[in-house]
Design a protein around this ligand. Structure first.
Ligand code: GRF
Length: 213
């Protein structure tokens, strides 16, 4: 399975794909594209010897489809890509574009919900569980069908930074798991809920304290 990765930022999730999509696995990263010429993700691709592309106009779906077809893309992975994918690309690669989101969708998603904004909103909501979602991409931000979710506990002392770090560790496991499962099955498949990922020891002690509003 020939994988194209779109990333706007540093690309730690991309790195997990570069590291895991190798023989004997049937997945291979063939292109890394970014809307941001200075993205660390492009440096990671160059270091790994993978072709790169800077997207001149993220709204130009025809141009993006052409770039993806040129490298015979089977699967598109959005790994920290901050632009909306044009409808023409969604249609051309229906069911073959996935995105990773650092919370449990459908909560805490949508336009403007990225990076620290997501984790701050989770903490402010009082939620005790956050997590990671991988979903199919449609024409709306964070609304496509969910493919895999892993929970991550939110701790009382969490800041957006500490929660982001705990969530990112799980992202680095879940994204390669979804991509390698897709490669083995020849299409994106749903992953079961991982019982081991959220141990009872992580759960906060139950106390009868009042909820402050
Ligand atoms: C991750 O939290 C991902 O879920 C979100 O953007 C972040 C990208 O991080 N969509 P990185 O560039 O992969 O390090």
């Amino acid at each position: 399975m020939r994988v194209a990765v779109f990333a706007s930022g540093g690309g730690t999730n991309l790195q997990t794909l570069l590291d895991s999509c190798r023989p004997p696995e049937a997945a291979h990263v063939v292109l890394v594209a970014s809307d941001e010429p200075a993205a660390g993700a492009l440096d990671r691709a160059r270091t790994a010897g993978v072709a790169t592309h800077v997207i001149p106009d993220p709204g130009d779906g025809d141009a993006i489809v052409e770039v993806l077809r040129d490298v015979e893309t089977d699967l598109v992975v959005l790994a920290g890509y901050l632009k909306l994918v044009p409808l023409g690309v969604v249609r051309a690669f229906e069911g073959r574009i996935i995105n990773i989101h650092p919370a449990l969708l459908p909560a805490f998603g949508g336009k403007g919900m990225y990076g620290a904004h997501v984790h701050r909103a989770v903490i402010e909501s009082g939620a005790t569980v956050s997590g990671v979602t991988v979903h199919l991409v449609n024409e709306e931000f964070d609304r496509g069908k969910i493919v895999a979710q892993w929970p991550v506990p939110v701790k009382a002392a969490d800041t957006p930074e500490t929660l982001a770090a705990r969530v990112l560790e799980v992202e680095h496991q879940l994204l390669p798991a979804v991509v390698l499962a897709a490669a083995r099955n020849g299409k994106v498949v749903r992953l079961p809920f991982p019982r081991a990922a959220f141990s009872a020891a992580d759960a906060p002690a139950v106390t009868n304290t009042a909820v402050s509003t």
